[in-house]
Design a protein around this ligand. Structure first.
Ligand SMILES: Nc1ncnc2c1ncn2[C@@H]1O[C@H](COP(=O)(O)OP(=O)(O)OP(=O)(O)O)[C@@H](O)[C@H]1O
Length: 273
């Protein structure tokens, strides 16, 4: 899977230019996180990746094919989009019906539908809720229902818009497990998140948006080693990273264990000199 974003511009009918010429390439299966302050253009950007929004300038090529050449319904076989708010996505009367809807709409063979539903329900821990009305699920579970309904369609790319919002620790771990499993199956996950702890744990590549432009794009160590530039996007690295940076440790640190290791290393050096 190769997604080429070429000088992408989006101006809403109101005249707001939310994307001011974004260019990058997303390739392979390594999960990518999109971060940035509110209003920086994250949702506008990812909504172009399966044609929910059309570029007003520039283009996106998915495996060489312009996003403009197919409808969202056609792209949804390849690129699934999980909405930030599950209430914008769920509309049927049981979880099972929600999971079946997409695969049937894209004419997936019945056997495959059953297999994909079973996989998506198990991965999202919804096996025991298949007959429940989605609106009777807790808000956090609704989100997993929305995620499972996209996974059941078996797209190559899955876009998550703020999946950790409102999730507790167990929910975030379940999400991390979903992303790991999808990657192991060769899927590309692209995720918008404000949860920096989740971002540094789960993603190796981070794209930082600021006022409709790409501010930083690269490996998480490279991105988080530039705190002064990051400040422009009002992104705050996780507490352990900030503590280590203030303590003068150059390489970004993402876990308490890694911080302790660095401190012990420095102490050993000091003692031996
Ligand atoms: N439907 C719309 N009509 C007009 N302007 C819009 C529309 N949707 C978003 N915008 C504007 O486009 C800009 C980018 O918004 P967008 O929602 O893409 O940002 P975001 O980074 O996803 O923000 P958040 O983190 O709050 O979700 C903002 O200035 C916003 O007000």
């Amino acid at each position: 899977m190769k997604i080429e974003i070429k000088d992408l511009i989006h101006t809403y009918p109101t005249g707001d230019t939310a994307l001011k010429g974004i260019s990058t390439i997303i390739e392979g299966t390594e999960p990518v996180a999109i971060i940035g302050q509110n209003g920086s253009g994250k949702t506008t950007f990812v909504k172009h990746l399966n044609g929910i929004l059309q570029p007003t300038g520039g283009d996106i090529l998915i495996n060489g094919e312009s996003i403009k050449d197919k409808t969202t319904a056609q792209w949804s076989k390849q690129v699934g989009y999980v909405f930030q708010n599950p209430d914008d996505q769920l509309f049927l009367n049981t979880v099972k019906n929600e999971l079946e809807f997409g695969p049937k709409r894209i004419n997936m063979p019945a056997e495959e539908v059953d297999r994909n539903i079973a996989y998506a329900a198990e991965l999202c821990k919804l096996q025991d809720s298949l007959e429940v009305h989605p609106f009777d699920l807790r808000q956090t579970e609704k989100k997993f229902c929305a995620i499972a309904s996209i996974i059941a369609m078996d797209p190559d790319v899955i876009i998550f818009d703020e999946p950790t919002m409102g999730q507790d620790v167990e929910g975030s771990e379940r999400l991390a497990n979903i992303i790991d499993d999808l990657r192991n199956r060769g899927k590309l996950c692209i995720t918008i998140s404000h949860d920096m702890k989740f971002v540094v744990k789960e993603f190796s590549r981070i794209i930082v948006l600021c006022e409709g432009e790409i501010l930083l794009d690269g490996d998480k160590y490279e991105v988080l080693s530039q705190p002064e530039i990051l400040k422009k996007s009002f992104v705050t690295p996780p507490p352990v990273t900030r503590v280590s940076q203030q303590a003068g440790i150059q390489k970004p640190i993402f876990t308490v264990d890694a911080l302790v290791h660095e401190i012990m290393k420095t102490r050993k050096k000091e003692l031996s000199s």
